[in-house]
Design a protein around this ligand. Structure first.
Ligand SMILES: [Zn+2]
Length: 422
């Protein structure tokens, strides 16, 4: 079986044009061969597997550019008593939930082992295709340094393949980039400011000097053509990151006019993660998973964050969808789209941010992000129209069928595939 024909759906191809009714997509092996009205598709005279979209909506496989695939917050006592290897097995469940949400590609912003990525690529386990950053670079006492005043280091575990990200000064940061690349990083992650989840800093604190950030960018780019993503929340740290040539600003809580102008000038991507503080507060109410400092800092930043992203959107900064999944439960990622609409984006723009722009942010726009001839067959069929109701994407029972690399990896249809010989 080499051909799949998806028909009887409305196509939202990721480019932002008018949705196409009575659309069909012809796939050969793992590649999209033809896209258009069913009447315009020349179906080959061979065996073709037909997937009836049942009047649903055909979208590109969705992309989350900021996840932590091997992490989900839980009570400290529980995480301290969990065997080391358990988290690798737990990640299998997180990855399945991500696929079930319709997300077929992710950029991992920290703590995922390169072996997990390889296991997916080799078909050992089901999961989204990914770029990994291994361990984020962080200053002593900064966001990512999980040293506590008791002297116990709670979470920043390093092990073979997961070098510690702690580094200070030009020489150490250069060496750390080299260590992450050696460990298999596809992208370098750096903490340019403090954050909400860290015990001993604040989102507005600037971390790493401009000089250090420039070395990080240079080392990644010149040696391997690799890009750098920066956790950056305070205005000064954001500006340092953009000036240093960092590719994407994650969170962007305190963007001011100058920071926005710089991002426009440099073509820097913004990954809002609006769902992160929302989820911290929800979990603070409903569980013991969240430390008190995270709840307090989330309360402090949630409205400012919203305004900051709204301002950047209005100014025309490139926005790629990213959630910080792991801070919230995996599989709930698409709640982010409704939040993106609450800062002024249209549902279509939120979808483009989750497909085309996200693929561009990852440098994979030649093979992913839109439903077009020659691209990889990553596709989602949703029952409800996401343009009419963007929140419908949050409901996993509405995500009926998911294809990754030309293979059906989720299928809730009642009448399954029919085999036909044309
Ligand atoms: Zn994150």
């Amino acid at each position: 079986m080499t051909y799949i024909l998806i028909k009887n759906g409305t196509l939202i191809d990721g480019n932002g044009g008018q949705p196409l009714k009575d659309a069909a997509v012809l796939i050969k092996n793992n590649v999209i061969k033809q896209v258009g009205k069913l009447s315009e598709i020349s179906v080959p005279n061979e065996e073709v597997e037909v997937i009836d979209a049942e009047n649903g909506y055909i979208l590109p496989g969705l992309i989350d550019t900021h996840v932590h695939m091997m992490l989900e917050f839980e009570e400290l006592r529980k995480s301290l008593s969990t065997p080391f290897a358990y988290k690798f097995y737990q990640a299998i469940e997180y990855m399945k939930k991500t696929i079930d949400a319709g997300i077929t590609t992710v950029r991992d912003a920290g703590f995922t082992d390169v072996g997990v990525k390889e296991a997916i690529d080799n078909g050992l386990v089901l999961g989204p295709r990914m770029q990994v950053s291994i361990n984020p670079l962080t200053i002593t006492g900064g966001h990512g340094d999980s040293w506590t005043r008791s002297g116990i280091d709670t979470t920043s575990l390093s092990y073979p393949g997961m070098p510690s990200g702690l580094c200070d000064g030009p020489e150490q940061v250069r060496q750390k980039v080299r260590e992450m690349l050696r460990a298999g990083a596809d992208i370098i992650k750096v903490h340019a400011t403090g954050g909400v989840m860290s015990p001993t800093d604040h989102p507005e604190f600037t971390q790493f000097s401009l000089e250090e950030l420039k070395i990080i960018v240079e080392e990644a780019r010149f040696r391997r053509g690799i890009k750098v993503m920066a956790h950056a929340q305070g205005a000064e740290g954001i500006k340092n990151a953009v000036r240093a040539g960092i590719h994407s600003i994650e969170h962007g809580i305190y963007l001011d006019d100058e920071a926005i102008e710089l991002m426009l000038k440099h073509g820097t991507y913004l990954v809002p993660t609006l769902l992160a503080p929302v989820s911290v507060l929800e979990q603070g109410k409903n569980s013991n998973n969240m430390p008190e400092h995270a709840i307090q800092k989330s309360l402090e930043v949630i409205d400012i964050h919203h305004e900051s992203i709204a301002k950047a959107y209005k100014a025309g900064v490139k926005i790629a969808m990213g959630t910080d999944a792991g801070v919230m439960p995996h599989g709930t990622n698409l709640r982010e789209l409704n939040l993106m609409c609450s800062v002024g984006m249209t549902p279509m723009e939120a979808i483009i941010a989750t497909t085309k722009v996200a693929s561009e942010c990852m440098g994979w726009e030649d093979k992913l992000g839109t439903v077009e001839e020659g691209k990889l067959a990553d596709l989602v069929i949703a029952k409800e129209d996401p343009i009419a109701n963007i929140s419908s994407l949050e409901d996993q029972s509405n995500i009926v069928t998911v294809l990754k690399d030309g293979k059906v990896v989720k299928d809730l249809r009642v009448a399954k595939t029919n085999l036909v010989t044309q």
